[in-house]
Design a binder for this molecule. Structure first.
Ligand SMILES: C[S@@+](CC[C@H](N)C(=O)[O-])C[C@H]1O[C@@H](n2cnc3c(N)ncnc32)[C@H](O)[C@@H]1O
Ligand SMILES: [Zn+2]
Length: 331
């Protein structure tokens, strides 16, 4: 943890400023082990392995803890980097472009292994704070520790240990995995300054009926309940069928006969997945099967979220015909 992060932190219980009580281990400019304290209520929060810890999975609500544990395994095992991450990220953030990050103080709600935290830092954010409840923070810290403007915090998105000090907040693929997606969105927006911006990408309800009726029962009753090691092996089978179908059918069809390809089942998303190799497709399949909680949000529901935070100039974009990208300004 870099000491300059203290300027952005606030006690999740009382909102007081956070100061460094002591650091017992430093590595260059990072505090690796230490204790933070709230100047108002004197609560203490540890810094462990370079990450300030504001949530304890053993004490948090069971549904949140299960989600964080399952994704934690994912993001500490699928630690690969992929050259397509930047394009994929921009697809989720549309209409935002890399220049938008320049000199902004940015908050990422649910950073997983930190792949987008790193991109935001490289795109010139003044500061980027990636928060996550799960063990992904261990990978995210390792990935971003060399970047002076990147910070990783372990906490619950519903109880952010942060000041209302951000110019921009984004959240990609996280809100729909919380017990109350709208509330998580409002919590994220509450840390953005007036005039600042917010982006969110969520699974859509539209066009995903086959997932909600066929895949969800399997995910809820079986794949999210078994050990992640077993799911890692089992998910290779659907990955094989996805890999062959996207590479041998969808991609060639979209190149050779795009008017015909448009009529193929779930074409936009399958053609998008064809960009990725085996490892990333395995990661994506695992990601879809590991989550205990996943909501599919309809456009009217999503629009309601933006009204609720009083956002202006809202753009809601249908992405890959299966999900929603939202962008707006806090007026
Ligand atoms: C599908 S992953 C997406 C991670 C990252 N945004 C990415 O695209 O690589 C969902 C993430 O949300 C995090 N998450 C779930 N519930 C959370 C909560 N209540 N507070 C903070 N993070 C949470 C999980 O731990 C997980 O890392
Ligand atoms: Zn306090």
């Amino acid at each position: 943890m870099k000491e300059r992060l203290l300027d952005l932190l606030a006690c999740p219980t009382c909102g007081g400023d956070i100061s460094l009580a002591y650091a017992s281990k430093y590595d260059d400019r990072e505090i690796i082990e230490g204790v933070l304290t709230c100047v108002k209520c004197t609560r203490e929060y540890k810094v462990v392995r370079g990450v300030p810890r504001f949530a304890d999975l053993e004490k948090i609500e069971t549904d949140k803890a299960e989600t964080a544990e399952n994704f934690g395994w994912q993001w500490t095992h699928f630690t690969q980097e992929d050259e397509k991450y930047a394009d994929q990220f921009l697809g989720w953030l549309q209409p935002v472009k890399p220049d938008f990050f320049k000199d902004k103080v940015v908050l990422e709600g649910g950073c997983g292994k930190g792949r987008h935290t790193k991109l935001a830092a490289e795109w010139g954010a003044k500061e980027i704070v990636g928060i996550d409840l799960g063990d992904g923070v261990e990978s995210a810290f390792e990935l971003t520790r060399g970047l002076p403007n990147a910070h990783i915090v372990q906490c619950d998105i519903f109880k952010l240990p942060l000041k209302k000090a951000f110019d921009y907040a984004f959240s990609v693929g996280v809100l729909h995995h919380t017990p109350d997606p709208k509330k998580a969105f409002i919590s994220l927006a509450s840390r953005v300054k007036q005039g600042g911006h917010i982006s969110a990408w969520v699974y859509g309800a539209e066009n995903n009926g086959w997932i909600t009726t066929i895949v969800n029962p399997v995910r809820e009753k079986f794949t999210s309940k078994i050990s992640q090691q077993v799911l890692y092996q089992l998910s290779k089978l659907p990955t094989l069928s996805l890999f062959l179908t996207t590479k041998l059918i969808y991609r060639p069809a979209n190149i050779i006969a795009s008017p015909v390809a448009k009529h193929l089942f779930y074409n936009d998303y399958m053609n998008h997945l064809a960009d990725f190799g085996w490892r990333e497709q395995h990661n994506i399949v695992f990601d879809h099967l590991v989550a205990p909680t996943a909501f599919y949000i309809s456009k009217p529901e999503f629009e309601e979220w933006w009204k609720e935070i009083g956002a202006a100039d809202v753009e809601i974009i249908w992405h890959n015909r299966n999900s929603w990208c939202g962008f707006g300004r806090l007026s």
